[in-house]
Design a protein around this ligand. Structure first.
Ligand code: HEC
Ligand code: HEC
Length: 664
């Protein structure tokens, strides 16, 4: 062994180098405050190792980037830990860098003769921030895609050469595939190479001047080995432990695959850039323009920091005091702005809703990728684009939520609001004017229609058409309109509702409901065949117990129990809505396209007629499949039910409404 080392020594001088490295004098003894630089080198090495591992599985293109990160996170052995380490060590580096910088300034380690090294450090800091920025885009998910787009747009605000800078970073005038490949080249090639180069210089120059000793008389001098090495090692292990724990217990999120066609309102930069993001939102800053807020102000601040050695030289002790005061003020400002940003986001209802949706989409994308269909060759983005569970709610919110609600919300989890009448309440929760389609076609829905029709459709009474019709009716005019209270349907038992609710008929009602629900063919539920047959009999023949006997649904709805025709023909339509496969996919598609057809509501219709110009065939299909549960089942938590919140919000205004605010 010794012979081998001697052999190496004579050829390379490795022993002398090690001696040189470990016998660095540490005046005043080893101290914890000197560990920051070492932890930074350590995290950088960790980033190199995990980075190369990620690289060996990553594939930079708009069709494969998300997919490969999904593979790393969910299929590759230990991939989630490797990605987690890389993710959190990157954030750790930024934090450690800030601490290192503050420590250097407080201890006066930037002063002559160490100016050059201080500037090298600032360059290193820029490179690390550049690495964070470019890394954020690489998973090519919605979060990174939209947040980075904000950044490249900010680049275009650079004075004089803005446009050129943006084109250079984006890889052209469009933000897309070439942006990704360029960011990847920066992230895995150019920036790390620069970082290594500047780091070598930084350490070399540091060794030339040695440590800046805070308090040399504190303890006897030692050497780097073993005291300081021990402290440094403990610090590095502590960093590793924190990062590893985070990686194990808080996996970094992979949001939905980037889709330029789907807006992403939850976009935020990484948390350590939030202060700048928040700063840009101040009205005063906003009015002065992006160039001022995002380029000039940060430029001035960096300039002041870079000039600190000169300030200290020119002004002596006063300069050092000023520098320290500036650093503390800046740190305080950054912390306050970051906290403000977090606090405001946490209390921003819209942002929280956008976040909920972002999580839902992200989890759904992963769920669909896992199976059973796997990721198609066109990429994972098509999985969501063709998914009713993802797009049904959006289409509902866009087209239907002005009248209907879905479990009290607009389909996407938010309550629908309208302009308020007073300044104190600029917006109020809007009352629905049509049925809540949350449980459309399920057993509860069917039970409500049969037993409690007036109440089930009472939301309609909030509409202006209903009030107008009532007023006209009261004035003696004849109007034919849907009135949930006095409709024939509300009294289809001809006054025998008590019989329907009697114990004798309990099983019959259950059977009828089973039949009606089974006719919808909604996926995800199994129906009791014997009950269904019994229910069919009740619906068509009306074989009830008691006075109700002989009263059938078919006596009015003559098509109940039939298939929904492929070519619906109204020439023989009765004046009652068709119940041929009521609430099924085919029925619903036809209803949305032609609610005013005689087979549905005819002249009484108050719903928008959705032609294919209004709602494309593809979107109709997505919407209807969502409402009939015709999609790959999901275990992703859905939007919370808001019916109680809605009812509570509407209750106080009931006296204002024409009639009592309807409860569902
Ligand atoms: C302008 C308000 C309005 C809009 C917008 C609207 N509807 Fe309706 N909807 C109604 C009204 C009113 C009814 C009651 C029947 C009628 O008027 O045809 C109704 C009835 C329905 C029914 C029948 C419920 C039942 O079982 O009796 C369904 C299903 C439905 N709408 C779905 C939709 C969907 C899906 C959309 C969006 C594509 C939509 N509606 C948009 C007002 C609206
Ligand atoms: C006396 C005639 C009559 C009987 C019997 C009757 N209905 Fe109706 N039903 C109507 C009318 C009329 C409407 C339309 C609502 C309106 O105009 O107010 C309707 C509407 C409906 C609707 C809403 C359809 C749509 O397109 O939105 C459903 C569902 C329904 N009835 C189910 C039933 C069931 C189930 C039975 C048997 C238990 C039944 N009805 C018995 C007259 C009747």
């Amino acid at each position: 062994m010794i012979a081998l080392i001697n052999w190496l020594e004579t050829r390379t001088g490795v022993k002398a180098l090690m001696h040189e490295a470990f016998n660095e004098r540490v005046p005043g003894g080893a101290r914890w405050r000197y560990v920051w630089g070492s932890t930074l080198v350590f995290t950088f090495v960790l980033q190199m190792i995990t980075g190369f591992m990620l690289w060996s599985a990553y594939s930079p293109s708009t069709r494969t980037a998300w997919e490969s990160v999904y593979h790393i996170q969910h299929e590759m052995f230990l991939g989630n830990i490797i990605r987690g380490l890389h993710h959190y060590a990157a954030q750790g580096m930024v934090v450690l860098m800030a601490i290192h910088l503050i420590q250097v300034i407080i201890d006066g380690a930037y002063k002559a003769p160490r100016e050059v090294n201080f500037w090298l450090g600032i360059v290193l800091m820029m490179i690390v921030l550049g690495l964070s920025l470019t890394g954020y885009l690489l998973p090519w998910d919605q979060k990174g895609y939209y947040a980075t787009q904000v950044t490249t747009n900010i680049m275009s605000a650079t004075p004089v050469v803005g446009r050129e800078v943006q084109v250079l970073a984006q890889g052209g005038s469009d933000y897309g595939h070439l942006t990704l490949t360029r960011f990847f080249a920066m992230h895995a090639g150019i920036l790390p190479t620069l970082l290594v180069g500047f780091l070598v210089l930084h350490i070399y120059v540091f060794r030339r001047h040695g440590l800046t000793v805070h308090d040399p008389k504190r303890a006897p001098d030692t050497t780097f080995w073993p005291d300081q090495v021990l402290k440094d090692s403990v610090a590095c292990l502590a960093v590793l432990a924190v990062v590893l724990l985070l990686a194990m217990f808080r996996a970094p999120e992979l949001s939905a695959p980037a889709d330029p066609a789907v807006k992403f309102d939850a976009a935020r930069p990484e948390w350590y850039f939030l202060f700048l993001f928040r700063f840009l939102k101040f009205h005063a800053v906003e009015s002065l323009g992006v160039t001022f807020g995002a380029i000039i102000v940060p430029g001035i601040i960096m300039g002041i920091i870079a000039a600190m050695p000169i300030t200290a030289k020119v002004l002596g002790n006063l300069g050092h005091t000023l520098n320290r005061a500036f650093t503390w003020a800046l740190a305080l400002g950054v912390v306050v702005l970051t906290l403000m940003a977090f606090y405001e986001d946490a209390n921003n209802v819209e942002h929280q809703a956008a976040l909920t949706e972002a999580h839902r989409d992200g989890q759904r994308a992963i769920e669909l990728s896992i199976g059973p269909d796997k990721i198609p060759v066109e990429g994972a983005v098509t999985l969501l684009r063709e998914d009713p569970f993802t797009h049904g709610p959006r289409l509902f919110a866009q087209h239907c939520s002005s009248c209907h609600r879905f479990n009290g919300h607009d389909g996407r989890g938010s309550l629908v609001t309208e302009a308020g009448k007073t300044d104190e309440a600029p917006s109020v929760i809007a009352a629905p004017t049509a049925a809540d389609l949350g449980g459309f076609g399920n057993r509860q829905w069917m039970t409500a229609i049969v037993m409690d029709y007036s109440n089930h459709f009472a939301w309609m009474k909030n509409s202006t058409w209903f009030r107008d019709a009532q007023a006209k009716h009261a004035a003696g005019g004849t109007v034919d309109y849907i009135n949930p209270d006095s409709s024939e349907m509300a009294d289809w038992t001809s006054g025998n509702l008590d019989d329907l609710k009697s114990a004798e008929n309990a099983d019959n009602v259950r059977a009828l409901v089973e039949f009606l629900a089974a006719e919808t063919g909604h996926a995800g539920t199994t129906y009791d065949a014997a009950l269904v047959e019994k229910g069919r009999d009740l619906a068509i023949k009306g074989s009830w117990a008691g006075a109700l006997n002989g009263t059938s649904c078919a006596s009015c709805h003559d098509t109940i129990g039939q298939d929904f025709p492929t070519q619906p023909d109204d020439s023989t339509a009765s004046s009652y809505p068709t119940l041929a496969k009521y609430a099924s996919l085919a029925w619903l598609k036809d209803f949305i396209r032609h609610p005013d057809a005689a087979r549905h509501y005819g002249a009484k219709n108050q719903m928008v007629v959705y032609s294919s110009q209004k709602l494309s065939d593809e979107n109709l299909d997505l919407l209807v499949r969502w409402l009939t549960h015709n999609y790959t089942p999901s275990t992703v938590p859905d939007y919370a039910n808001q019916l109680d919140v809605l009812n509570a919000a509407l209750a106080p205004s009931s006296s204002v409404a024409v009639e009592a605010a309807p409860k569902k």
